[in-house]
Design a protein around this ligand. Structure first.
Ligand code: PLP
Length: 367
């Protein structure tokens, strides 16, 4: 006899984050976790440091200042916001609150891995609906809804594919969904989206009682180390999340840094402008090498290789760390974050060498 975890837990392959180190390299180029190359706002760093003398104090468990700052920033209702230790925690809390053994949690085939991981750890069944052209397919998702379906998780834009569904498609999907299924829209990359037909989910949350929007400070705000995310919810769902979350689930210094980051609009604008400039440059450079690059609304590109494992080994040998995609069912692909200009040039140079295109050069006419 021994201690035994609940059913489902041993079926989970633990989430493996992007690598941060490579043996034999002192300096590496980290492009595996969609972190911003601009780093955090100096104002966020200052707010974090300023908190050092208060480390003996418990955080504000209700994260009131942060929720008020978010409410002001987006023109939304602070009472419908629930903060979490990253949006990962909120994903797990939604599953814990709404799905258990015998229930199903639906996601699209190449959706964010944490949906299936959270479902399985709660003893629920993770159901993957097929995609079309590496894009979530609303018809396929609806066809996989059963009376046991409790939550449909949809990242929009999606990580790792970069695909995006326009507002009208999401609205229709919600309309066709049974009212007993919670639609969780994960908008981790919303700030990077430039398409006018995009809506992260705020309007749907305000109009319907079965929609939640998840956001994070880990991506464009550059606070991944601090673990801050938030959910915008119908009142009843906010009430549920506030019951299941830990009383002090977001660290005080993290709350303070997030408020400061939110107020530094210029820093976010710089990060967005950097992405708008270098993502298309990087795409064209990779395409000029003969690689297939999928459309991306985020701060990363999914790239298809003739031999992704060999490309990965070659890049690692140059001190460059992209993300393997086998765990997402995309073994031919690597996902590469939009880094600094120098980092992206190093990737292009390395891949040119790997693919036998000779010395690296800027592709003509893309600058
Ligand atoms: C990075 C990412 C998250 C996780 O964000 P945290 O707030 O750091 O937990 C959630 N969803 C998607 C789609 C992501 O890419």
């Amino acid at each position: 006899m021994t201690v035994t975890p609940r059913p489902g837990i041993m079926d989970v392959a633990a989430y493996v984050g992007g690598e941060a180190h490579l043996a034999g390299h002192n300096r590496v180029i980290r492009l595996a976790s969609n972190e911003t190359p601009l780093g955090p706002s100096p104002r966020a760093m200052e707010a974090y440091r300023a908190h050092a003398g208060e480390l003996h104090r418990y955080p504000d468990g209700g994260a009131l200042e942060l929720r008020r700052a978010l409410a002001r920033h987006y023109g939304i209702d602070a009472d419908r916001i629930v903060c979490g230790a990253g949006s990962d925690e909120l994903i797990a809390l939604l599953v814990r609150a709404y799905a258990g053994p015998g229930d199903e949690v639906l996601y699209s085939r190449h959706g964010f891995l944490m949906y299936a991981i959270s479902a399985k750890t709660a003893g629920a069944v993770a159901v993957a609906a097929p995609e079309q052209d590496l894009t979530a397919d609303p018809d396929a998702l609806l066809a996989h809804v059963t009376p046991r379906t409790k939550i449909l998780f949809l990242a929009n834009p999606n990580n790792p594919t970069g695909s995006l569904l326009p507002a009208g498609t999401i609205e229709k999907l919600r309309r066709m969904l049974p009212p007993t299924v919670l639609l969780a829209l994960d908008a981790a990359y919303a700030e990077y989206v430039t398409r006018p037909d995009y809506e992260p989910g705020i309007k749907l949350v305000e109009a319907f009682d079965n929609v939640v929007m998840l956001r994070t400070f880990s991506k464009i705000y550059g606070l991944a180390a601090l673990r801050v995310g938030w959910a915008y919810c119908p009142p009843a769902i906010a009430d549920v999340l506030n019951r299941v979350r830990g009383p002090f689930n977001v660290a005080a210094a993290a709350q303070a840094a997030a408020v400061a980051a939110l107020e530094d609009k210029a820093h976010v604008d710089r990060a967005r402008a950097h992405n708008e400039r270098w993502l298309p440059w990087f795409r064209k450079a990779l395409e000029a090498l003969g690689l297939t690059v999928y459309p991306s609304a985020g701060n990363f590109l999914l790239v298809k290789f003739p031999d992704a494992e060999a490309a990965l080994a070659f890049l690692n040998g140059r001190g460059i760390i992209p993300r393997r995609m086998a765990s997402y069912g995309l073994p031919d692909c690597l996902r590469i974050t939009i880094g600094t200009e120098e980092e992206l040039e190093a990737v292009v140079a390395a891949l040119a060498e790997f693919l036998g295109h000779g010395a690296s050069r800027r592709p003509a006419g893309v600058r």
